[in-house]
Design a protein around this ligand. Structure first.
Ligand SMILES: Cc1cc2nc3c(=O)[nH]c(=O)nc-3n(C[C@H](O)[C@H](O)[C@H](O)COP(=O)(O)O)c2cc1C
Length: 397
């Protein structure tokens, strides 16, 4: 029987957690309840132990938790960590990495999907601090079931009422399903710029930060894929579970892709590979006085086109950074390079694309279908792209 962890905080809606245990059990899940210390003062842990059939966990130093390092052991066993009801306090703690009780320590240890259902008074929910904490957690890939508007325990009317238990359980099950949607698939993601050296201190590059590719790698991992992240120089901390291959030049990137191409199912080319390189590159710094007036620059190999020719059953996704006629130019590129999907954006639009945390893209399919996104975080754009990739996988199989 699959196991989930239910983190319960000291909200007035704590009693609804009992119903959630029942619903998860009806759907054939084992439920391990974790209470915050304050929650255990509101309702006796005994009730939750009796309902769930497992000793409730509150303190990582308590006896029940001491046979193994319980938060680490539990993190490996569960398919979902659902925190419901979640107080303003726990949301703040999780957003800032505080791990001082079982619930918050478990959060730091899990790699399964995390679902949070907040419940609080409207002023607390809409407080900028709470909203900022929620935003921060969403950027880490945590999912939320938003609270509802209605009559609150504080006798106010407003936002903050815990979503219905059925709705929370349903969102949890959907999330678990999503976490396996690319299971068995190997995804190559390229990210970042390339640097084409003239000598050890001078090179040609572009302003790609690598954020889009790294978000795609994280999201593919969250969906259960094996991920090979081939990255040009970036300052981003790579996802722990990806096989990360660091490269510098377009040539090195091509070599690394080709090494893994045969074993891949999906290739997402989010890197901004330099189109140009110096004809010659020297191992020693060229003295200023001896820099020739003319330095020859030549085109780099078109990796995407090469992959398009040999892709066979693989799904190949390209990006198209345009400054004019965005859709038309991207469509031409998609046909020329035999892609299954192209993600186009206008790099002249301010506040999106290169270096930004946001993007606004058009997803263009060979059949002519175009989906235009709003300006969204790169995490949300990566989810849109992988949803589309999953559609293509579904149609091909
Ligand atoms: C009766 C009562 C009801 C409460 N309800 C809520 C609530 O619904 N949401 C919330 O964020 N805090 C609520 N609080 C405040 C939290 O219990 C308080 O911030 C506590 O420190 C949170 O601890 P925990 O997050 O470790 O459970 C309530 C407090 C009391 C005494």
């Amino acid at each position: 029987m699959e196991k989930i962890a239910l983190g319960v905080c000291s909200s007035i809606s704590i009693y609804k957690a009992c119903e959630m245990i029942r619903i998860f059990q009806d759907k054939k899940f084992q439920v391990q309840v974790i209470l915050t210390q304050n929650a255990s003062r509101m309702i006796s842990p005994l009730l939750f132990s009796a309902l769930s059939g497992h000793k409730v966990l509150v303190d990582p130093f308590q006896e029940e938790a001491s046979d193994t390092i319980a938060h680490v052991a539990l993190a490996k066993e569960i398919s979902l960590f659902c925190v419901a009801p979640a107080t303003a306090n726990i949301i703040g703690k999780l957003a800032s990495g505080v791990a001082d009780d079982f619930l918050s320590t478990l959060y730091m240890a899990v790699e399964c999907p995390v679902l949070i259902a907040p419940a609080m008074n409207e002023a607390m929910y809409l407080h900028r601090q709470t909203q900022q904490n929620i935003h921060k957690l969403k950027a880490f890939g945590v999912k939320f079931v938003e609270p509802e508007k209605g009559y609150l325990a504080c006798r106010d009317e407003g936002w903050g009422r815990l979503a219905a238990p059925e709705k929370i359980v349903e969102a949890g099950i959907k999330l678990m399903k999503k976490s396996r949607s690319l299971k068995g698939k190997t995804v190559i993601v390229t990210a970042g710029p390339t640097q084409e050296s003239l000598d050890p201190v001078r090179f040609l590059t572009n302003s790609s930060s690598g954020k889009m590719g790294y978000e795609l790698a994280e999201e593919a991992l969250r969906r259960g894929a094996e991920v090979i992240l081939i990255s040009g120089p970036t300052h981003i901390f790579p996802p722990r579970k990806a096989a990360v291959k660091k490269v510098q030049t377009a040539r090195e990137m091509e070599k690394e892709i080709l090494k893994h191409f045969a074993n891949s199912d999906i290739v997402i080319m989010a890197a901004a590979v330099s189109d140009l390189r110096f004809a010659e590159s020297t191992p020693h710094k060229i003295k200023k006085e001896t820099l020739s007036e003319k330095i020859e620059i030549v085109p780099t190999q078109d990796i995407l086109q090469k992959l398009g020719r040999k892709k066979e059953g693989r799904i190949l996704v390209g990006f198209s950074a345009e400054t004019e006629n965005v859709v038309e130019n991207a469509q031409k590129k998609m046909r020329k390079k035999n892609l299954d999907l192209i993600v186009a954006n206008n790099v002249l639009d301010e506040g999106i694309g290169f270096g930004s945390d946001f993007n606004q893209v058009s997803l263009i399919s060979p059949g002519g279908k175009i989906v235009h996104s709003e300006r969204k975080s790169k995490l949300e754009i990566s989810q849109m792209i992988l949803d589309k990739v999953e559609d293509i996988v579904g149609k091909k199989s």
